[in-house]
Design a protein around this ligand. Structure first.
Ligand code: C2E
Ligand code: CA
Ligand code: CA
Ligand code: CA
Length: 286
């Protein structure tokens, strides 16, 4: 009750809904705890859903995979962006549960495609914390088996931070995941520090150029140079390259000329709920 009063005060102080829960999250650990409990309830209550963003082959424009992005429709705060509640889920030790939920929805989607003879890969994001969970590989394996999806159709996107912390342990876990046939993608590439040596040491298949570089490409030569360098470096190491955050035709053209393998961004499609993805696919493939 008290937390609700604080919340109301915060929203009345201007700045709208987004500012109100930000303020509350930053200022009140009590509220944080409560939101943590709400997150658990939300998972049971269907407030957690996912959207899918298509990823296309840069040369053929064929759709090759979809990235699964989590969404929380909070009954009072509205849509809470993942950049906020992923962190919360990590803090309260629920990121594993959340990841399992997202994985479940992703594999269910993939299964329905398989039933229609469509072999499209799905990508799921994996937080730093997940790599330290001792049963991660086991849970992944069981989820794949439960849905009858071959490991080859699942891509795990690792944020760079995921593997910096404990690289020996991470590399063992990643090797086990790789052995299940999963593909591993280094997310947000270019934003960390020790990423170069990791590319050689870890069983990574692909890098995703962080959208902060891609977004500036059409207006800044510096950004284009970074993208070009990442593509060259990755290709020299035998890795595929995905660019995320492709918003305009010029950027798409530049990346394709640079040999970037796959493209993702609002130019191709925004992240879509399940039903809209189906009609998007139909419209595209005819
Ligand atoms: P990310 O993995 O880098 O995901 C890409 C983000 O860029 C998504 O934001 C997506 O909606 C947005 N995006 C896609 N195309 C464009 C574009 O053309 N322009 C711009 N400006 N943005 C674009 P979203 O969905 O808000 O997700 C934010 C972050 O939250 C993700 O960044 C990822 O790190 C994290 N996240 C999302 N879902 C999950 C999840 O299930 N588990 C974990 N651990 N993290 C997740
Ligand atoms: Ca990602
Ligand atoms: Ca990213
Ligand atoms: Ca990100």
């Amino acid at each position: 009750q008290r937390a609700d009063v604080a919340l109301l005060a915060a929203s009345d102080s201007g700045g709208g809904r987004v500012a109100s829960y930000h303020q509350v999250l930053d200022q009140q650990s009590l509220r944080r705890l409560q939101l943590g409990t709400e997150l658990e309830l939300a998972m049971a209550d269907g407030q957690i859903s996912v959207v899918f963003q298509p990823i296309i082959d840069a040369r053929t424009s064929d759709i090759v995979s979809v990235e699964t992005l989590v969404r929380w429709a909070h009954p009072r705060f509205g849509a809470i962006p993942p950049d906020d509640f992923i962190h919360l889920a990590e803090q309260i030790g629920r990121i594993g549960l959340l990841t399992d939920r997202v994985l479940d929805l992703a594999l269910a989607r993939c299964r329905r495609w398989l039933d229609q003879d469509i072999a499209l890969s799905v990508a799921v994001n994996l937080s730093a914390r997940c790599l330290t969970e001792p049963d991660l590989v086991d849970r992944m394996q069981r989820a794949l088996r439960r849905h009858g999806v071959p490991g080859e159709l699942l891509i795990l996107e690792l944020t760079e931070g995921s593997v910096v912390d404990d690289s020996v342990r991470s590399s063992n876990v990643l090797a086990e995941l790789h052995a299940l046939g999963l593909r591993l993608s280094m997310d947000d590439f270019g934003t960390g520090y020790s990423s170069l040596s990791q590319l050689r040491q870890l069983p990574i298949d692909e890098v995703k150029i962080d959208k902060s570089f891609v977004l500036g490409m059409s207006t800044s030569q510096g950004e284009s140079f970074i993208a070009r360098s990442i593509i060259e470096l990755a290709h020299n190491l035998g890795l595929r390259v995905v660019a995320e955050g492709v918003e305009d035709e010029l950027t798409r053209k530049l990346l394709t000329e640079m040999g970037c393998d796959k493209l993702q961004g609002f130019l191709v499609s925004r992240p879509l709920p399940d039903e809209r993805l189906e009609s998007w696919l139909l419209a595209r493939t005819g």
